[in-house]
Design a protein around this ligand. Sequence first.
Ligand SMILES: O=c1nc[nH]c2c1ncn2[C@H]1C[C@H](O)[C@@H](COP(=O)(O)OP(=O)(O)OP(=O)(O)O)O1
Ligand SMILES: [Mg+2]
Length: 195
Amino acid sequence: MTDIIIATKNSGKAKEFQHILKPLGYNVHCLLDFPDGEDVEETGQTFIENAILKAEAIAKQYGKLTIADDSGLVIDYLNGAPGIFSARYAGLEKNDLANINKVLNELANVPKDERAARFICALAIAGPARETITVEGTCEGYIADEMIGTSGFGYDPIFVVKDLDVTMAQLSPEQKNKISHRANAMKKLESILNS
Ligand SMILES: O=c1nc[nH]c2c1ncn2[C@H]1C[C@H](O)[C@@H](COP(=O)(O)OP(=O)(O)OP(=O)(O)O)O1
Ligand SMILES: [Mg+2]
């Protein structure tokens, strides 16, 4: 089995990568298993730049194949915010509930047809003696009026998946991992790695 490190300290992401990569025969670790994993600053201007920064720093630190995920929620009405600042939208302490409440307040009384949004996931894969590869996956939807559902993480309770008309937090992990921005990005990465 090939060892692979997911350069994340986000347990929600780590679980989804386990779910997606284990059946493909990878032995998946994340930075929660390696607490000395470098805290890489997300100084890039795009999801892709930040994914590259995280993947290359951790690949170098451990000398192993590494995938990093930089992702977030892009809301049209807010001109693309919170975007690359999604994790720290309501403050540097990264509080999902505070982030959700900030978005709901900013969209209070905004009609449904102006609440369009998408999740974006940039992945970078880096490792010893290989060139870094990047891909991006998206998932279209709109922002709900209130939190609905309890699964997933982050903004899932307020993100209604366009094609399904339920929030991401109402989907089972199996369902989310078929249609999410992360799943779509992983499909692209797999097809590149297999070609
Ligand atoms: O499927 C998702 N469902 C709900 N919310 C999501 C999802 N995917 C990303 N998000 C949100 C969470 C966080 O507010 C931000 C990611 O920020 P991002 O910097 O990439 O991750 P992070 O700081 O939590 O962990 P790390 O950098 O260690 O991977 O977007
Ligand atoms: Mg982060």
